[in-house]
Design a protein around this ligand. Structure first.
Ligand SMILES: [Cu+2]
Length: 458
């Protein structure tokens, strides 16, 4: 079943359930998603027009209407997430996936969320950034009892302000966040909002970090800083889908950070503005142009720009260790080391041994290193011109004239028009021009050594 069919049938089931009166007393059906491809957006309901969000490598949770209330059913449970092709990780998430499905509503909606706990320990859900009654805030032990294994709790509040929000447990947080329990919440404005521009493309993802030892399948849950998998929606490059838009589209990307460190997110090719934070829309007078925005722990940023140039434009975290996968962080620096003789001797004992790093680590992007099972290479991904030498938090914004409205499919690699791509220069090498010692820039006072200065003042 493809994803469009999935949503069609889920919507049909939901509609059928809401007309059967007896069903209204029951819990809403549990929608499940276990694949890792980006799902088609869930169309806006009749009477509430908005451009729905697309969750990168994720999906949006269907709901049912019950006497004017939008009812959702989240199930906290262990899941298996393919973090990139070739590696699966045992995580905890919601409704079959980590992260959980995006909850998408409209300002003013009355929302009821049933949360069933199928984890081996208790949990809660905190609705990060929402205005709500204190008892709905989901802080275990403080605003409510923890939700025991096997039990269902119900949260209910009105989505009072439009914006980008998150949800996550406020119970055994170190473990439950390290295992991938998080999701996004989008509240669209009702009607035209003075600070929220209509956009043609609206993407969202959460930044997460995991510590999975090479060869293992389950994250270490007590890691504080030494994470080795830097993920967007629990996927790492080359497993992160591209963001595909049409030339001229106004694009919004909503990003939340639930790791233990900040992430400076950088977009090539365009200037953007931060048009909203966890606190709501940013007034235009308070916006400034950027090409990188730092997203601190527990923050959300929504960036916007007009995609007015075609191409395959990189979108990535600018911390270079966050665009690589496990295996590389403990490799010693070998630049300039001649280990040719040593390599021959070691190969006599370990035939697979490869000396590497003496000219840099780029070789590792192309090399088929023997790796433990269920382990990604440090750098991977293939582009049209060779290895991309990337991992972790890296994807592409693909801008195409021919991308149809509503089509989020990958258009393939960009074909650069003749004469617009960097290419090898061939010709004679120029002479090296060396600056003469003591030469000065015209118009600048010369800098003299103190000794020379004394000599000059006899
Ligand atoms: Cu980062």
């Amino acid at each position: 079943m493809n994803r469009r069919n999935f949503f069609t049938s889920a919507a049909t089931t939901v509609a059928a359930a809401s007309v059967a009166h007896s069903a209204l007393a029951a819990l809403p059906d549990v929608a499940q998603q276990t694949g890792s491809a980006t799902a088609a957006p869930l169309p806006a309901p009749a009477g509430q027009p908005y451009n729905p969000v697309v969750t990168l490598n994720g999906w949006t949770l269907p709901w049912r209407m019950n006497a004017g209330v939008k009812e959702f059913h989240l199930v906290a449970e262990p899941v298996v997430r393919e973090i990139a092709p070739g590696m699966q990780v045992n995580m905890w998430g919601y409704n079959g996936q980590s992260p959980g499905p995006t909850i998408e509503v409209v300002e003013g909606d009355r929302v009821r969320i049933f949360v069933t706990n199928r984890l081996p320990e208790h949990t809660t859900v905190h609705w990060h950034g929402q205005r709500l009654p204190n008892g709905m805030d989901g802080v275990g032990g403080i605003t409510q009892p923890q939700i025991p294994s096997g039990k269902t709790y119900v949260y209910e509040f009105t989505a009072r302000r439009p914006g980008t929000f998150m949800y996550h447990p406020h119970a055994d947080e170190m473990v439950q966040l390290a295992m991938g329990m998080m999701g996004m919440w989008i509240t669209h404005p009702k009607g035209r909002h003075p600070l929220i521009a209509p956009v043609q493309r609206d993407f969202c993802f959460l930044i997460g970090a995991f510590d999975v030892e090479p060869g293992a399948r389950t994250p270490r849950v007590n890691t504080m800083l030494d994470f080795n998998l830097w993920a967007w929606n629990s996927r790492v490059f080359p497993g992160i889908d591209t963001l595909n838009v049409r030339l001229g589209d106004r694009v919004r990307i909503r990003i939340g950070n639930l790791t233990m460190t900040n992430h400076p997110i950088h977009l090539h090719g365009f200037e953007f503005e931060v048009t909203g934070t966890d606190g709501g829309p940013v007034p235009p007078a308070a916006r400034w142009p950027e090409v990188t925005t730092d997203i601190a722990v527990g923050q959300m940023r929504q960036i916007e720009f007009v995609a007015d140039a075609q191409g395959d434009w990189a979108l990535h975290c600018h911390k270079s260790h966050h665009t690589m996968n496990a295996m590389g962080h403990d490799v010693p620096t070998m630049l300039g080391v001649d280990h040719g003789g040593l390599e021959r001797k070691i190969r006599a004992i370990v035939p697979d041994y490869m000396a590497m790093g003496d000219k840099g680590m780029a070789d590792m992007g192309a090399m088929e290193m023997p790796l433990p099972d269920n382990t990604l290479p440090m750098m991977g991904g293939q582009g049209p011109f060779g290895p991309a030498e990337m991992g972790g938090m890296f994807s592409l914004l693909k801008v195409r004239r021919g991308q149809l409205p509503g089509d989020y499919g990958d258009p393939g690699w960009y074909q650069h028009p003749p004469g617009t791509r960097a290419a090898e220069w061939s010709g004679d090498a120029p002479d090296t021009v060396r600056a003469a010692p003591g030469a000065t820039v015209p118009g600048m006072p010369s800098v003299r050594k103190p000794g020379a200065e004394h000599e000059g003042h006899h």
